[in-house]
Design a binder for this molecule. Structure first.
Ligand code: PHE
Length: 459
């Protein structure tokens, strides 16, 4: 049984049958725009290597334990992210953690669909040859004139939502799972090709230094919070995604090992993207702090600088669109699983209602680069607000409660049972470290980072 069929026959509680299926589904959720778009742009905005270092620490010591925790909750309860808490701790407010998760899925989709729309449109832009007649340094103009329009970005955002909804309604996970398994490796190879070209550009070394040589003076409370938020966003944790997927994982699977594989592979993809983008930034004189536009100005420039670049560029954006779509499927699945199971809606209504809300409110994010660019809420455009609130607040708060729930409510014995498959696997040492981390280290660390990132406490 593959994931899509499982998702569509949700109430029967079927499960993934192969370890590779589990890995493909969870990795398919983790790898997305976060790697190729958000990781490089945030690294650029937060000063380079010091941020990367913080990010790696957050992935390993916080993101990974939260992912294992979510798998444990999901597999133990075999239910969507809200019902899971209700099942394991009936009549207690713990289920609100799942509710925050459903809200996070909406918040993320409000802006994620906008960026995914940019990627979809870039498939056609690069195929049409827009980039053939311009200089590499002029790619920024193409991007800014596109996003400062109103109808173009809106059109593509809705195309994205229609595509994702159709996949969710059709319940064709079979296709998606198979696609992820074959296409993720191709994306990987393309990134390596980009890396080779980027690294051999004159002046590329500066980009490598920027990515790997930390300047610790750049670190502030806000930067640490952004790194933590990015780690949660990247690994799809702190909401309900991995809990939902965890509920489809079979009893024989090794949960900690799968989580570790996802975290490592995902991080590798981000680093490869960074190695394609930063050398290009320095070689062509772009600004590392260009923000959300970084991917869309550097990638066309690097492809323009190689033979058959146009073909590679089209391929690159197709694969990126597929990776983004895989992530969005897992995001949309969170509310859909909740509405179908808890509220007994049909899968079609749950999908259509969720997508309409995402598209409706998402308009605010999309217009943030045009007519609403001057409309600020708490000093941020809607786009930035949705992004900041979801990663830095919702996912991190969700993460605290997920850790507390597993560490203190489910407790040592359940952790041991789930992580060792009732004593079959020998994960003892890993488990005592894990138990300590989810009980004390992760929740306290997240809480402190949150307070200092918000400026409530200062060091
Ligand atoms: N991890 C995805 C990415 O990097 C985004 C995502 C966040 C997906 C949260 C699901 C849940 O693009």
């Amino acid at each position: 049984m593959n994931i899509k069929t499982e998702l569509s026959t949700y109430t029967k509680r079927e499960s993934f049958t192969t370890s590779l299926g589990v890995l493909a589904a969870t990795l398919g959720s983790a790898v997305g725009l976060g790697n190729i778009w958000k990781f490089p742009f945030m690294t650029g905005q937060n000063g380079g290597a010091a941020f990367v270092l913080l990010y790696l620490v957050c992935v390993l010591f916080i993101g990974l334990p939260v992912m294992i925790s979510e798998f444990i909750i999901g597999r133990r309860a075999k239910a969507n992210c809200v019902s899971a808490f209700k099942k394991l701790e009936p009549n207690k407010p713990w289920y609100l953690t799942g509710v925050i998760g459903v809200l996070s899925a909406f918040l993320i989709m409000f802006f994620y669909t906008d960026v995914a729309g940019w990627v979809y449109s870039y498939i056609f832009k690069s195929a049409s040859g827009v980039f053939n007649t311009i200089k590499p340094t002029e790619t920024a103009n193409v991007f800014s004139s596109f996003i400062s329009g109103v109808w173009g970005p809106l059109f593509w955002q809705w195309v994205v939502l229609v595509v994702v909804s159709i996949i969710i309604i059709a319940g064709v996970t079979n296709g998606i799972e198979r696609m992820t398994k074959t296409l993720l490796p191709i994306l990987f190879v393309l990134l390596v090709i980009c890396d080779i070209r980027a690294l051999t550009l004159p002046g590329a070394v500066k980009g490598v230094v920027y990515l790997f040589k930390p300047d610790l003076s750049k670190i502030t409370g806000a930067v640490v919070l952004s790194a933590l938020g990015l780690a949660f966003f990247k690994l799809s944790v702190g909401m309900g995604c991995m809990t939902t997927y965890g509920s489809y994982i079979g009893d024989a699977e090794n949960l900690p090992r799968n989580a570790l594989r996802v975290a490592l592979s995902d991080t590798l993809v981000s680093i490869l993207a960074g190695l394609a983008i930063f050398p290009t930034v320095f070689a062509f004189g772009f600004k590392p702090e260009a923000g959300a536009s970084l991917l869309f100005i550097t990638i066309p420039a690097v492809f323009k600088a190689m033979p058959f670049g146009q073909i590679f560029m089209v391929l690159f954006f197709i694969l990126s669109a597929i990776a983004a779509t895989g992530a969005m499927i897992s995001l949309l699945e969170v509310p859909v699983a909740y509405f179908t199971e808890q509220w007994k809606w049909s899968r079609t209504s749950a999908t259509v209602v969720s997508a309409v809300i995402m598209g409706g409110v998402g308009v605010l994010a999309t217009l943030s680069t045009s007519v609403l660019s001057k409309t600020l809420v708490f000093g941020k455009t809607f786009f930035d607000l949705f992004d900041y609130l979801s990663s830095n607040i919702f996912l991190t708060v969700g993460g605290i409660f997920i850790c507390l729930f597993v560490g203190w409510k489910l407790g040592k014995q359940v952790i041991l049972d789930e992580a060792s498959n009732h004593g079959i696997l020998n994960n003892q040492t890993v488990m005592s470290v894990f138990t300590f981390v989810v009980r004390y280290v992760a929740p306290v660390a997240i809480f402190i980072v949150l307070l200092s990132g918000l400026g409530i406490i200062k060091f």
